[in-house]
Design a protein around this ligand. Structure first.
Ligand code: PLP
Length: 443
């Protein structure tokens, strides 16, 4: 085993990965790890699937990459058609990139270009939410409400307005869960008006918050209420589905669950399942129309936009998901898995909340179940649990800072959509063991 450097997940010495098969990874010492979180909710169909590897190899044998601005390709065209179909015709145009941050960056730029094309160049301001994560490039970081990750860069970030998160477990003081959508929609409207609607370009949010909140789905009616406010003030709605999307939450588009189509949507992680980096930003005809008629093209793109082999990987992953009806499985099995997880963790008073949808589940730990006070930050409880699970051969995704940007402990589970029933049971039992050991230990 080689010690490279400590990981942000609290693992002191990183093992050397040599092989993956299905839901499992193996290190150089032959140790097996069950991938209970698909890495960071990325590995949608597990590792080293022969069908996907073969599709990528076929593409590589023809050509790895035809430069997007000189050529189209079958992989690019077929994947584009497949994605537009999976979105039920809601979207018209797609810009491909290589990471979630780039997809969000493109979403922000498409919103700005849309208003520039309409002769509204003052509409530049973005509104985002506290307890959110949109990526590590400066634009995406600017709209991220994640104090820990912003700290070193403050002063160079865009001036962004932040509104409160839609968190049923931690609602604003005095607000009942049923009132959340209206209260938060009112807050968005006040924020737009305070800035001047003529200055506001877009509101960006994660339909299910990932790492910044520990899987926080918005309550019923929230997305529609926020969209109604955006529409009233000619503000675009951007859905960041980088983590929760591409089928992970049990519908291919997360917002399909809410009957809402955001004007712009970013997707990444599960799209090509980590076989080759691939991300995409989709927008409606209403958004792309002025851009294409006034400017002719989107002014956002990168050398490897629409990389041919990456598109072949995305096409193969989506083909497998479609043929094996994995989104339906995620929806059905996810609900059962969540019930089993809740039951397995019920004996721990420190488990404050178990939540999520499909194969995207979060567990929140609290020092006091009545006040919901978090554990002290220095206790690093989630990383302690994550490290114990990892030693025992289970990969989960520990997160910190969901309460106030610094403290708060959550664990994310996001297994591959095709993880077997036995593997799901093993995830439950190993996680429960790690939680019990961490809670029993004196820090
Ligand atoms: C919701 C969300 N948006 C954007 C990103 C950034 O994606 P990437 O790390 O691929 O740049 C992430 C990454 O975790 C994410 O969870």
């Amino acid at each position: 085993m080689s010690a490279v450097r400590a990981s942000g997940f609290g693992i002191a010495a990183l093992p050397r990965i040599v092989r993956g098969r299905g839901s499992c990874l193996y290190d150089a010492d032959g140790k097996r790890y069950l991938d209970g979180s698909g890495g960071p909710a990325a590995f949608s169909v597990g590792h080293a699937h022969p069908e996907i590897n073969a599709a990528i190899m076929r593409q590589l044998e023809e050509v790895a990459c035809g430069y997007r601005y000189l050529y189209t390709s079958s992989a690019l065209e077929e994947l584009s058609a497949a994605l537009l179909g999976l979105c039920g015709g809601a979207y018209q145009e797609i810009v491909f990139t290589s990471s979630g941050s780039e997809a969000v960056e493109s979403a922000l730029k498409i919103a700005l270009q849309h208003f520039a094309a309409r002769g509204l160049p003052r509409k530049r301001h973005f509104i985002a939410r506290h307890r959110s994560w949109h990526g590590n490039t400066l634009g995406a970081l600017s709209v991220s409400g994640f104090a820990q990750r912003r700290q070193s860069f403050e002063g160079s970030l865009l001036d962004v307005s932040f509104v409160r998160a839609a968190n049923v477990y931690r609602p604003p003081a005095g607000t009942a869960a049923a009132q959340l959508p209206q209260v938060l929609a009112d807050e968005l409207e006040q924020t737009i008006l305070a800035r001047g609607a003529e200055n506001v370009a877009a509101f960006i949010f994660e339909p299910i918050v990932g790492a910044a909140g520990g899987v926080v789905p918005a309550p019923e009616g929230y997305a529609a209420a926020m969209q109604a406010v955006c529409r009233r003030h000619d503000v675009l709605m951007i859905a960041d589905e980088v983590m929760c999307g591409s089928g992970r939450s049990g519908t291919w588009r997360t917002l399909a669950h809410d009957g809402v189509v955001a004007d712009i949507m970013a997707i990444a992680k599960g799209l090509a399942g980590g076989y080759i980096p691939l991300a995409a930003t989709l927008c409606t005809a209403r958004v792309s129309g002025p851009i294409l008629s006034e400017h002719g093209a989107f002014q956002t793109g990168h050398t490897f936009s629409g990389h041919t082999a990456a598109c072949a990987a995305g096409l193969a992953v989506q083909g497998l998901i479609d043929r094996e009806r994995l989104v339906e499985r995620v929806s059905r099995r996810g609900a059962e898995f969540q019930t089993a997880l809740r039951a397995a963790l019920a004996r721990f008073a420190e488990v404050g909340d178990v939540r999520g949808r499909g194969f995207f589940l979060g567990i929140e730990f609290v020092a006091d179940p009545v006040t919901k006070a978090p554990f002290p930050r220095e206790r690093a409880l989630s990383f302690d649990i994550g490290a114990r699970a990892f030693r025992d051969g289970l990969i989960c995704y520990p997160c910190a800072g969901n309460v106030d940007g610094q403290s708060g402990d959550t664990i994310i589970l996001a297994p591959p959509y095709n993880a077997s029933d036995a593997e799901l049971e093993e995830i439950l039992s190993k996680l429960t063991t790690a939680v019990a050991a961490a809670l029993a230990s004196k820090p």
